[in-house]
Design a protein around this ligand. Structure first.
Ligand code: PRT
Length: 98
């Protein structure tokens, strides 16, 4: 992973944690933390986005595959923040396998 990629993931995760802690109005991220379905809303989004990734790959839609992958990674990071885990936990796990 390049330094730029790491920086953007860290910045995105820090923004997600801010939205979780401050719950600003109009924030999609904040709406996931206050959703009436609780964590299930985010889990459902992860399922939907994973399906969209699969369909884009099957259809060889390369731009769509990148966009849907970004949606999936974003929702995965939201889930980690919901579970009081961090992007550093994810990084450590990946590094341990490297
Ligand atoms: N990276 C993302 C990001 N990726 C995807 N999404 C949202 O995830 C949703 C994906 O849903 P879908 O693809 O199903 O599209 P949809 O039709 O809007 O779906 P529904 O929400 O209506 O079910 C969209 O509403 C996207 O806007 C994101 N929303 C926010 N971020 C990041 O989070 C930061 C904080 O954003 P706010 O929470 O909006 O302040 C932003 O600066 C971005 O960097």
């Amino acid at each position: 992973m390049s330094d730029d990629t790491e920086a953007v993931l860290d910045a995105l995760f820090a923004t997600i944690e801010d939205r979780r802690d401050e719950l600003p109005e109009g924030s999609y991220t904040a709406s996931l933390f206050t959703h009436e379905k609780g964590e299930n809303a985010t889990l459902e989004k992860i399922g939907e986005e994973a399906t969209e990734v699969i369909l884009a790959a099957k259809d060889d839609e390369r731009e769509e595959l990148v966009a849907e992958s970004a949606d999936l990674v974003y929702h995965l990071l939201v889930l980690l923040a919901m579970e009081e885990l961090t992007v550093d936990d994810l990084r450590s796990e990946l590094e341990a396998r490297f």
